[in-house]
Design a protein around this ligand. Sequence first.
Ligand code: SF4
Length: 331
Amino acid sequence: MEKAEKLEVTKSGHLRKPDWIRVKAPTSKGYNETRNLMRGLKLNTVCEEAACPNIGECWTKKHTTVMILGDTCTRACRFCNIKTGKGNPVDPDEPAHVAEMVVVTQMKHIVITSVDRDDLKDGGADQFVKVISAIREASPDTTIEILTPDFRNKPGALETVVAAKPDVFNHNLETVPRLYTRIRPGARYFHSLNLLSKVKTLDPEIFTKSGIMVGLGEEEIEVLQVMDDMRSADIDFMTIGQYLQPTKKHVDVEEFIKPDQFLKFKKRAKAKGFLHVSSSPLTRSSHHASEDFEILQAARLELLAKKQNKIHQDAPIDIDEMKKHNPNYEF
Ligand code: SF4
């Protein structure tokens, strides 16, 4: 992969962020209003817990990614800032609170994620369903995107969630398979891929989405292979963003990928047939999710129209019908 030009190393021995990564501290009125609303409704967000660099931009526009099932994750991925430990008790009021937030902010499209809940029998699937139902009841026009854990060793959990018919089903592969044991030790690459493939088999109407972080030491060829794997699982939308080290305890950034390389990835991924690709240093799976959903819908319609057109063009020639309309022509 084309490397970034020589980057300064900080006193603590870490790479200093390049200009294209730096973002302003959030200070807007809209940001504060969103923050107060979330606190008031006792809702956790991945925006805060994962220290997302886009929080100023998103919260100013009242776009949040709600993290259900508590603030403590039962896995310990080496890239993630979410607290790890024993899962919190499931909050029965959470679905109503999420729905209230959607109504108050008049959200067109919401992204719901959760911590991993390996401690729960259903992996948290039932709470996803309750949240989806509460939003549907309170705000039927809001489209719903879920970003789920891998439901590993939770038989029936995936089917339960798919039956609730979210508009978009996202599950991130996070990195290339070679780095799983170092970066995502509790997960399995092919299990995650298979999960997404199964969503499409169970309900082809649901858009599927997945993403990876780059800058963890992966090779370009490995990223291209992940694209192929995702296409073979019929994934509609791929996201690619720069990994940022949340604290010194987390795995180091190996390199800052240049914006040009992100563009190159985008072109390669588009050529492989994804309906949509978001690839930039600050791409996160829920960044601009509402706008991306509209792009996905339009791209699917365009693809269907092309397919229908092709079926029309490829239709076998009916000689008898042609003779009927051209009696004087010799066939
Ligand atoms: S990109 Fe996603 S996680 Fe980050 S602030 Fe925006 S909504 Fe939250």
